[in-house]
Each structure stands twice: as structure tokens, then as C-alpha cells.
Design a protein around this ligand. Sequence first.
Ligand code: FAD
Length: 342
Amino acid sequence: MEKVLFLAHNEEGGGLSRACLEALSAARDLAQGLGAELAVGLFGGEVSGAAEAIGGCGAACFLAAAGPVFASSRYASDAAACEALCRASGAGLVVAAADSRLSRVLPGVAQRLGGRIDTHLTGLWVKDGSPAAARWFYRQRMVAEFTRSERPWLMSVESGCFEAFDGPGAVEPEPVAVDLSEACKRTEVLGLETPSADEQTIRPDAELLFVAGAGWTKKQADGRTHVKEAEGLILDFLNRTKASLGSSKSLVDISGEGHEVISYLTHLHQVGQTGATPRHPKGLAACCHGEEPHVVGWRFIGERRAINLDAGCGWAQGKADVLYVADAFEVLARLNELLARA
Ligand SMILES: Cc1cc2nc3c(=O)[nH]c(=O)nc-3n(C[C@H](O)[C@H](O)[C@H](O)COP(=O)(O)OP(=O)(O)OC[C@H]3O[C@@H](n4cnc5c(N)ncnc54)[C@H](O)[C@@H]3O)c2cc1C
């Protein structure tokens, strides 16, 4: 009989991230569909809060590799913890979130276990009594559905594809011993430097994606550019709505061409064929033409709207649900005014 292990690490506050809770739903559904036993494997500094947050998930066992040595993300100790949890569970199928901490170690863990791994899965189900998975290839242009007979089969799932599990319950995880040599501990995390919440404009959990296009830096009706004004309007909008910021390629490339730029934009903001494919319920593009290589990055955006001066722009060709033919400078200034009053 198959056995499914849900593998996760606790967050700094003690609980589990939304991405891990979504991965748990994927693991539970898979176990239920296969009639398989579900096990939970947790690692991190202090995992009791994380275990209690999911105590009602119906797992037959809760295993933990916990302690200060696992508190920070470090390849050697995380990989050893995951390997020990996988071995202790005896599971042939391992499901985890494709977050940065797990994505860093899972391929190495699969190698150590002599197993296989598939990453960034967007679907997981049972077909003809066997597990089946889906993932996108070629910059989200083709989706493949596949299965594997090799075990253990490690799978990391993308966020935004499954409902987050909600079912706390009292539970005491069983400790699993991890063989950690001194060499595994020689990298020390001394601290974290993160931008403040307002400086951090890429917000994967935001309800809204706001995409800025190169039009913000182009000459406007008065024959002049207004880049500083654009910078202020966009930042004000983001701070008020807590939307996530995306960009077209043309806009982020401008910095390399020596033009005046929007200072807080980087290539990490680029959405599209050669950029990111974020997942948000809604998207609003402004001063962006809506060309195919850009719009392909909107594949997972639920409701799409755009503001453009050009009624014949790409968004009008069936790529947006609503196109506002308007001056984005005026629209954003008015929106910020209304938001300030709200
Ligand atoms: C292989 C390949 C890969 C690519 N990958 C990507 C990718 O990953 N992501 C990506 O974005 N692009 C990508 N591109 C480039 C893409 O084809 C477009 O060139 C790019 O998306 C255009 O950016 P833009 O719409 O911001 O700029 P522009 O095409 O310059 O459009 C600016 C728009 O702003 C509008 N505008 C100007 N002023 C205002 C105003 N005041 N109010 C409202 N609207 C206004 C204009 O009407 C215009 O439509 C790729 C291209 C290739 C060939």
C-alpha cells in the first residue's frame, strides 16, 4: 500500500505558511484518493505550534526533526532532516510546498534516497489507482500530465493551486533522530536583512497584481516625460492597496539604456514569457501594451483589467476582461484620492 508523507517546516512565529497548508491539502487528497496512509514530517526550530495547527488532518503519524540546529534554513541540516523524516516515515510519495527553503533541499534529498523528484507541480490527483501530477513547461506554455512508478517520488507543489488546509488539533509529534556531523553545522545564519513591508513591492499573497508598462516613462500629451510623478503615483497606489507590483520587460529594461527609470523596479518584477508568472485573483495593467510575450505571464491571473490610451492595444484583442481607454496618470491620481478618503 502507498504511504504519503507531507513534509514541511515551521515559520518563525511557530505555525505553517499558507503554501505549506496548501501542500497539505494536496497530500491529503492524494492519500485519500489512493486509500493510502498519510504521515506528517515537520522540521524546524520549534514545531509544536505547526503540528497543532494541522493536528486534525487525519495523519496516522506526526514525525519531527526539531531543535535550534534546524531553526534557520541551511542546506546541510535541512537536507539531513528531510532525509531522516522521509526514511523514518517509509513513505513512497512525499509532498511538500515549492517554497524557497524546501525547493533548495528536496532535489538533494531525492538523490540521497535514490528516488525521483518533480518540482512546481500545479495539480496532483489519482488516475487509474496511481498518483498523477501536472506541471507547466516552456515558460507556462505547455502543461504535462504524468505519473511515475519509481519510489520514493518527491513532489513540490506551487502555491495558489490548492485550498489551504484548516484543521487544528492537539498532537505530540514523535522525534526523529538526525545524524548531523560538525561539517553540517559550520554555516551559521547570523541574521536576516529584509526590506520593510513598504519597500517590498513583490507580494505573492496580494489580492491584486498591478503591472506597470513602459508608457509611464514615455512622452505624454504635453510633449514631456513625467517619470518622477509616475514613480510617486504608483508607489502611493501600492502602499494604499498593498497590491503586488509587476512590470513589462520594456520598462525594466530601460534602466540598462540610461533613461530615467522608476527606481524601485528590478528585473524580478518582470512578468511574462521571460519573466514571472504570478498568481493573483485580479490584475490591473497600466501603460502596458499587452503584447503576447507579456500577457503569457498572466496565465494564472483571475480577472484582468488594463488602462491604456490606445483603444487598439493588445489588451483590447481579447486579452483583458475590461480595458479602460484613459490616461493612466489621471486614473491613478483619482484612484489614490479616493483611496485616501476610504
Ligand atoms: C523572446 C521575447 C520574450 C519577451 N518576454 C517578455 C516578458 O517576459 N515580459 C514582457 O513584458 N515583455 C516581453 N517581451 C517584450 C514584449 O514583446 C513587449 O515588447 C513588451 O511587453 C512591451 O512593453 P510595454 O507594453 O510596457 O511597452 P510599450 O509597447 O512601449 O507600450 C507602452 C504602452 O503605454 C501606453 N501609454 C503611454 N502613455 C500612457 C498613458 N498616459 N496612459 C495609458 N497608457 C499609456 C501606450 O499606449 C502603449 O500601449 C518579450 C519579447 C520577446 C521577443
